[in-house]
Design a protein around this ligand. Structure first.
Ligand code: HEC
Length: 221
């Protein structure tokens, strides 16, 4: 039995390579990481930017979601029926608001005016009479002597309120129609309503012009 026991070649291999393995590992362990080749954490500034964007988007959706509510959303809603359910602005309400905003400064909220300066609208033959005249007065203004309910006024001028040259107000025809409807049916007055179409027709017909005088108005029926 001189022959040596055959050695398992794997053992030999393992023994022989121990050194080389160790040096190889040492090399690997000792290696310094290369600059620029490693991962960095997300820069802190970017984190703030993204958080800010998410917060902004949330607020935006909240504001501009058109009151969308998943709980009450009706995908079969008919747009026409929704529109019909919303009433068009009541001229008496819009008229009152606008009257109090501008006209009441001079004619007072009571429509009684100020004696000797601002004529009354309550019971006034101008306010409740010819639609043609009263529309013109408010569109273009009024200047010079005028008799209202038997009293002469000539202390101040009535400004042009319409969307006409030289007007400081530039009210739309709709707005004027509403305010006229209001003054003709308030303060005890009971005259007909004025439509935006009536105001628009006179506006188109007269174009731009200066304020009216009583004499000019009296020539219009
Ligand atoms: C800056 C004051 C002033 C404002 C604002 C004003 N008015 Fe007048 N208004 C007058 C004066 C002054 C007269 C009379 C003018 C004259 O003497 O020629 C008058 C006359 C009138 C008349 C004819 C006379 C009468 O009493 O019926 C009507 C109608 C009228 N205004 C309606 C309005 C309406 C409606 C508004 C608001 C859209 C308005 N006024 C805003 C001062 C004003």
């Amino acid at each position: 039995m001189s022959a040596r026991d055959p050695v398992d070649p794997r053992l030999e291999q393992a023994g022989a390579s121990d050194d080389s393995l160790l040096t190889a590992h040492e090399k690997l362990l000792g290696r310094k990481p290369e600059d620029g080749a490693h991962y960095r954490l997300l820069p802190l500034a970017l984190l703030f930017v993204f958080s800010g964007l998410i917060f902004y988007a949330g607020t935006y959706l909240n504001h501009f979601s058109g009151h969308y509510n998943a709980a009450i959303f009706d995908e079969n809603a008919h747009p026409a029926s929704t529109a019909a359910a919303v009433p068009k602005g009541d001229p008496m309400v819009i008229g009152k608001k606008n009257f109090e905003l501008v006209c009441a400064t001079c004619h007072q909220t009571t429509g009684l005016g100020v004696a000797g300066v601002y004529p009354p609208l309550a019971g006034s033959e101008w306010a409740t009479g010819s639609e043609e005249r009263v529309i013109r007065i408010v569109l273009y203004g009024l200047k010079g002597p005028i008799k209202v309910k038997g009293t002469d006024f000539n202390a101040a001028a009535m400004p042009a309120v319409g969307r006409v040259a030289g007007s400081g107000y530039n009210w739309s025809d709709d707005r004027i129609a509403a305010v006229l409807t209001y003054i003709r049916a308030s303060f005890g007055n009971k005259a007909s309503a004025i439509t935006p179409e009536q105001v628009a027709a006179i506006h188109t017909k007269e174009g731009d012009r200066k304020e009216w005088s009583q004499d000019e108005l009296l020539k219009i029926p």
